[in-house]
Ligand binder design. Structure first.
Ligand code: ADP
Ligand code: ZN
Length: 634
C-alpha cells in the first residue's frame, strides 16, 4: 500500500493545530463507535467460566442475562462468584463463555433461552449492513488518519508504521514463566529426543565442526492437550533461548497475502534473535496436503505454506533457528513439509499411560490442598484416554467443587464429581423422575451391568447409577483393563452384548412394543463398534481379515468428501455384517437376561433403593448370576 507524501507545510503552527484537531476528532468518532461495543467487552472475563459451569448455573437459576454472538456467550450472573484460575482467584459476575459449536449437545446441555434469559445477536458482518460497514470503515479511517499524522511528523523519513503484515508472534521465555523439562510430567522418550535439539541450540559449534547439519524442523505429533506446546516451551527453557509462537489457524484469518507476510516477518524476527525457537501450533491448519480436490490452487493457505517452506529452505548456515511445529494429524500434512531440511524429524507425544497420568496429576495437585481421602493412583487408573490438559482440568474442577462447598481442602468425592462431570456432563439433581422412569432406568442399567458382570471378556464393572447425568437416564461404567488397545474378537463381541444390555433388559421386562427413549445412544454406540469391527479390524464373517480403511476425508469445494475404498456392493455387505453382529449380540444378551431374571430384579431393587452402586455392591447384587453355556465364547 502506498500513501502519497504530503507537501511540506507552509505554516507550521497552523498546520500542527489543524493536525491535532483532526486526530482528536478522529478519536472522538472512534470512541463513539467503539465505546458502546468494544470497551464493554472487556468487562466480561474470559477463560474463567466453562460452558458446563454455565449450564449448571443456568439450571440453578443463577443467570441474569445471556447474550450470544456467534460462538461467544456474554453471561451476566445474578451474584458474584469466585473461581480459582491458574491458582489465582477471580471474582466477578460477568463472564465470556465460549459455546462448544461443532459438538453435538444433548438436550440438557443446550441453552434454555428462558432460564438463561437469552438474546441472540447476529455475528458482525451478517446483520445490519450499515452497522457492519461502519465497523469496517471507522477503524480504517482511524488507521489511515493515524498514518497520515505519523507521516506529517516524520516527513521525509522512511515510514515504518505499516504493520499490516507483521506477525502476531508472541515471544516468551522470561525467567518467571520459564518452562523446563522437569515441568512436563512423563513423556520421557520425547524429552530424550528433544534433548538433542536443546544441544543443537546450546552448542551449535560442536555439531558444525564435525560437519553435522543442524535440523531445521521438528514435528511434534500428538492429540490435543498432550502437552506439545508445553514441551516446545520446555525446549526453549532448557536451552535458554527465546521462544516465538504462532498458531497455524491465525495465519488463515485475514486477507490474502497477509499470512505469507506474517511468516516472513516471523522468520525475520527469529533470525535476528538467533539462536531461538519458532513454534507453529496447529500446523495442519496451513499445511494440509495441497491439491486434493479442486479448490483452485492459489488460496491463502497455500501461499502461507509456501512461504514457510521458502523460509525454512533459506536458513543460511550459522543461523540457529529451529522450528517446532505441532499437529495431531501428521498424515494429512503436505509431503513437501516433511522433506529433508524441513520437518524431517518427528517426535511423538502420545496420550499418557497410567504411570504418566499419575505423575501429571501429581503436578496439578501440587498446589492444591487435598485431604488424605484423595488417592491419585486410583484416579490415574480411572482416567484412561485423558490427555494432560484433561487431567489439569480435572484437578481444577475438583478444586472448584471443593470451594463451592466452602471447604478448604479437596476430598475424594470432589474428585469423583469432577471426573464424572468431565466425562459425562454435570449431574442433574433437580430433574424429577417419575417412579416408572426410575424403574425403567434401573432395569436398563441393571441390564448393562448384568451382561457385563457375567461375560468373561467385558472389562471391569465399575459403577452403576440411575442418577441422570448429561443426556443419559443413568450410567453403567465399565473400566477396561489398563490402556488396552488391542481387543480380540471375543472381547469386542462381549462388549457389544453389554452395550445392548440396557435395551434388551427393557424389552424382556416390558415387552416388544415397549419404546424407550433412553437407549438411542446405546444403539448408536453398538452400531459404531460393530462397524469398526467389520471395517477396521477385519472381524466380519465374510469379510474376515479384510480391512477397509476409510480416509479422513478431504475438502472439495468447501465440503468434506470421504472416499470409500470399496464398492457399493461391498458397502452393502458391510452393512449386513454390522447388522448380523448386532443381532447376534442381542440374542446372546436376551439369553443372559432371561436366565438371570432374579439377579436383574435384585439389582433393580438395589438401584431404586440406593441409586448408585459401586463395583462391590453391584457384584453383590448380581450374586449367583452366570452366563448360560450357550452364550460364552472362548
Ligand atoms: P497441546 O499443545 O498438546 O494441545 P498444551 O501444551 O497446550 O497441549 O497442554 C495444555 C495443558 O495441559 C498444559 O498447560 C498443562 O497444564 C497440561 N499438561 C499437558 N501435558 C502435561 C504434562 N505432561 N505434564 C504436566 N502438565 C501437562
Ligand atoms: Zn444404556
Amino acid at each position: 500500500m502506498a500513501v502519497a507524501a504530503p507537501k511540506k507545510p507552509q505554516n507550521n503552527r497552523k498546520n500542527t493545530l489543524k493536525t491535532i484537531g483532526f486526530v482528536v476528532s478522529l478519536f472522538l468518532i472512534g470512541a463513539l463507535f467503539f465505546g458502546s461495543s468494544s470497551l464493554k467487552q472487556s468487562e466480561y472475563k474470559k477463560d474463567v467460566l466453562t460452558y458446563s459451569e454455565f449450564v449448571q448455573k443456568m439450571n440453578d437459576g443463577k443467570i441474569k442475562a445471556t447474550e450470544q454472538t456467534g460462538d461467544t456467550l456474554k453471561v451476566q450472573l445474578k451474584d458474584d462468584i469466585t473461581k480459582s484460575v491458574d491458582g489465582k482467584d477471580v471474582t466477578g459476575s460477568k463472564f465470556e463463555v465460549s459455546y462448544p459449536s461443532g459438538i453435538e449437545l444433548t438436550n440438557d446441555q443446550k441453552i434454555d433461552p428462558v432460564k438463561a434469559n437469552l438474546t441472540v445477536k447476529p455475528p458482525s458482518g451478517s446483520g445490519d449492513v450499515v452497522w457492519g460497514l461502519a465497523q469496517l470503515l471507522v477503524p480504517a479511517i482511524l488507521i489511515l488518519g493515524f498514518f497520515f499524522f505519523m507521516m506529517r511528523q516524520a516527513q521525509g523519513q522512511n515510514n515504518q508504521a505499516m504493520s499490516f503484515g507483521k506477525s502476531k508472534a508472541r515471544i516468551a521465555g522470561n525467567e518467571k514463566s520459564k518452562v523446563v523439562f522437569g515441568d512436563v510430567a512423563g513423556n520421557e522418550e520425547a524429552k530424550q529426543d528433544l534433548q538433542e535439539v536443546v544441544e543443537f541450540l546450546k552448542f551449535p559449534k560442536k555439531f558444525e565442526s564435525v560437519g553435522a547439519k543442524i535440523p531445521r524442523g521438528v514435528l511434534l505429533v500428538g492429540s490435543p492437550g498432550t502437552g506439545k506446546t508445553m514441551m516446545a516451551k520446555a525446549v526453549a527453557g532448557e536451552a535458554g533461548v527465546p521462544f516465538f509462537s504462532i498458531s497455524g489457524s491465525e495465519f488463515v484469518e485475514m486477507f490474502v497475502g497477509v499470512g505469507a507476510s506474517r511468516v516472513r516477518d516471523l522468520f525475520a524476527k527469529a533470525k535476528k534473535n538467533s539462536p531461538c525457537i519458532i513454534f507453529i501450533d496447529e500446523i495442519d491448519a496451513v499445511g494440509r496436503r495441497r491439491g486434493s480436490g479442486m479448490g483452485g490452487g492459489h488460496d491463502e493457505r497455500e501461499q502461507t505454506l509456501n512461504q514457510i517452506l521458502v523460509e525454512m529452505d533459506g536458513f543460511e548456515t550459522g543461523v540457529n533457528v529451529i522450528v517446532l511445529a505441532a499437529t495431531n494429524r501428521a498424515d494429512v500434512l503436505d509431503p513437501a513439509l516433511l522433506r529433508p531440511g524441513r520437518f524431517d524429524r518427528r517426535v511423538n507425544i502420545p496420550l499418557p499411560e497410567r504411570k504418566d497420568r499419575e505423575s501429571i496429576l501429581k503436578v496439578h495437585f501440587k498446589n492444591k490442598p487435598a485431604d488424605e481421602s484423595v488417592n491419585l493412583k486410583a484416579l490415574s487408573k480411572k482416567t484412561t484416554g485423558m490427555a494432560g490438559a484433561d487431567l489439569a482440568n480435572l484437578a481444577n474442577e475438583a478444586a472448584i467443587i471443593a470451594a463451592r462447598n466452602n471447604r478448604k481442602t479437596i476430598n475424594n468425592s470432589d474428585i469423583t464429581e469432577a471426573f464424572e462431570r468431565i466425562a459425562i456432563g454435570p449431574e442433574r439433581k433437580n430433574k424429577v423422575m417419575t417412579e416408572k422412569d426410575r424403574e425403567m432406568t434401573a432395569y436398563h442399567e441393571g441390564g448393562h451391568a448384568l451382561a457385563g458382570h457375567v461375560l468373561p471378556n467385558s472389562g471391569g464393572l465399575h459403577k452403576v447409577t440411575i442418577i441422570p447425568r448429561g443426556g443419559t437416564g443413568g450410567v453403567t461404567w465399565f473400566l477396561d483393563e489398563e490402556d488396552k488397545s488391542y481387543h480380540s474378537i471375543n472381547e469386542f463381541k462381549d462388549v457389544l452384548v453389554r452395550i445392548v444390555g440396557g435395551r434388551v433388559a427393557e424389552k424382556v421386562i416390558y415387552g416388544d412394543d415397549w419404546v424407550t427413549t433412553g437407549a438411542g445412544n446405546d444403539l448408536q454406540k453398538a452400531a459404531q463398534l460393530a462397524r469398526e469391527m467389520v471395517i477396521e479390524q477385519g472381524m466380519g464373517k465374510k469379510l474376515r481379515d479384510q480391512v477397509f480403511h476409510e480416509d479422513e476425508g478431504g475438502m472439495m469445494l468447501d465440503r468434506m468428501v470421504h472416499s470409500k475404498p470399496y464398492s457399493e456392493k461391498t458397502a452393502e455387505l458391510i452393512d449386513k455384517e454390522v447388522e448380523d453382529l448386532i443381532t447376534e449380540a442381542t440374542s446372546r444378551c436376551e439369553a443372559i437376561i432371561k436366565a438371570n431374571r432374579k439377579a436383574l430384579d435384585n439389582i433393580k431393587d438395589q438401584l431404586l433403593e440406593h441409586e448408585t452402586l459401586d463395583e462391590k455392591e453391584a457384584r453383590a447384587a448380581l450374586k449367583g448370576a452366570v452366563a448360560p453355556k450357550s452364550v460364552v465364547l472362548n
